[in-house]
Design a protein around this ligand. Structure first.
Ligand code: AMP
Ligand code: MG
Length: 459
């Protein structure tokens, strides 16, 4: 892979470089707190230059998405856990794997209401057996049976000693203390001890999203309290003089601000707490003050102001006063993002174009959160799934960049088919709603109708 390395900080010492910078032996507090996973400190042999105040990394420009993720993971989110009551843990992510405290089932029991019998006694239809007692759920242990005997049994009640089959109640007839067997006695109606889980068996891995089923399983295994990942606080800041909150009157040149709402929702879906700040104007002073006030969060996501223009002040302030590890990625839409730190807090500078900010979240920020917090790849929270889709029309790729065309994916006859419905401008938020997927067309590659390509299916 070819990448251009560029020195971003000439001679002016940076405001935030008064403290010694990260080195292998001096991890920042946030990184040091992270129990999992451990990533190398933010240094590269070719990318280190001595500055006043410490060692500065070198910004990489125009990187692949994979490289961008690798660089961002040099500054992962801090991973901490907390213990919650089972009933408060829905939607949270398991911080430590859970093993069963019991066998499941705890004892051999019946899957049916009926009679527990000895199978060889009940081979003939019309066989008569003597009822010796009842096995009830939660009751005292039932009496055992010997040949010629049967015991009433409820679904889930323990199997009496000596019984090896169950006859369904519908296939029996009671006559005083006798039962007439009119149907088959089945061993398959017995649920065997530990046939689901054995004591000590791990059933919920670290990083599992606690859905209704996984919460129920945690309960089945005897866990009343659960260690979950503490929600990192992620600040969200839109920038732009033109932005106004929806619901207010617009003046000339103003538009409604939408990115912070989308980003907040994505952040929450990834198991984090969104700290939405009102949008900042394109002023260095305002941005500096706001970023300072947000740097006690675990990460900051900004939107807007990261392109080449004079007013792209997120890029400017990060270049002059923060630390940038990369700027621009080989992606369309979504080319201009940057990543770095502000006061040691990881910061993604996302593009302002609404579609671009969302897709960069999907392909870069979401995997960064998931990897930082050691989410389980299949059972953890995720916003998208990589799938193969068959194109129903031609779609054009992008020179030198992975192309994320919006597509609508549907399943037909066991195959996923993809079509496009609206125009693909990066400012067209309607296109993100009219579609439910993104192509992953490799650089310089068009997609032809009938071809099967990789895509992200957005959940
Ligand atoms: P920028 O990246 O700041 O140059 O913004 C690119 C485009 O996205 C401009 O048309 C902005 O008006 C628009 N934009 C930037 N931020 C937002 C936002 N938070 N919500 C909606 N549109 C935005
Ligand atoms: Mg702007």
């Amino acid at each position: 892979m070819q990448m251009r390395l560029e020195r971003v900080w000439p001679n002016n010492p940076k405001r935030h470089h008064d403290q010694p910078r990260n080195t292998v032996s001096q991890l920042p507090t946030k990184q040091a707190q992270s129990a999992l996973p451990q990533y190398p400190a933010h240094t590269q042999e070719v990318g280190i230059t001595l500055q006043r105040g410490g060692v500065c990394p070198i910004m990489e420009k125009g990187v692949t998405v994979e490289r961008a993720l690798e660089l961002a993971l040099h500054n992962p989110l801090s991973r901490q856990t907390e213990t919650l009551l089972l009933e408060a843990s829905r939607g949270r992510i398991l911080g430590k794997q859970l093993s069963s405290k019991v066998d499941d089932p705890r004892f051999d029991n019946s899957a049916m209401d009926g009679f527990a019998v000895i199978a060889s006694d009940s081979v003939n239809i019309g066989a008569e057996l003597t009822i010796v007692g009842t096995s009830q759920t939660g009751g005292a242990l039932p009496p055992g049976i010997t040949t010629g005997e049967a015991c009433r049994i409820m679904t889930g009640a323990p199997l009496p000693e000596g019984a090896d089959a169950i006859v369904m109640i519908e296939e029996t007839e009671v006559n005083g203390d006798q039962v007439i067997i009119n149907g088959p006695a089945r061993t398959g109606y017995i649920r065997k001890r530990a046939e689901n889980l054995s004591i000590g068996q791990e059933a919920l891995p670290t990083g599992t999203l606690l859905s209704s089923a996984s919460i129920a399983l945690a309960g089945t295994m005897g866990h009343g309290e659960i260690e979950v990942i503490k929600k990192p606080r992620i600040a969200i800041l839109s920038t732009g003089d033109e932005l106004v909150q929806p619901g207010t009157e617009l003046e000339a040149g103003q538009i409604y601000e939408s990115n912070s709402h989308a980003l907040a929702s994505l952040v929450e879906s990834m198991g984090c707490e969104a700290v939405r700040h009102e949008s900042a104007n394109d002023s260095m002073d305002e941005l500096r003050t706001t970023l300072d006030s947000l740097s006690d969060c675990d990460a900051i996501l900004t939107s807007g102001g990261v392109s080449m223009g004079e007013w792209d002040i997120v890029r400017k302030i990060m270049e002059e006063e923060g630390d940038i590890s990369f700027w621009r990625i080989k992606l369309r839409p979504g080319g201009p993002p940057l990543f770095g730190t502000w006061n040691g807090t990881p910061l993604f500078g996302l593009p302002g174009n609404p579609v671009s900010s969302l897709v960069v979240f999907h392909v870069l920020v979401a995997p960064w959160i998931a990897k930082s917090l050691a989410y389980h790849p299949e059972m953890g929270p995720r916003l998208s799934q990589k799938v193969s889709v068959k194109l129903e029309e031609n779609v054009s790729g992008a020179p030198g960049k992975v192309c994320l065309r919006r597509i609508r994916i549907r399943s037909e006859n066991g195959q996923l088919l993809a079509t496009t419905h609206t125009h693909q401008g990066s400012g067209n938020m309607h296109s993100m709603v009219a579609h439910n997927g993104l192509t992953l067309l490799p650089p310089d590659t068009d997609g032809k109708a009938g071809e099967v390509i990789d895509a992200l299916w957005l959940q």
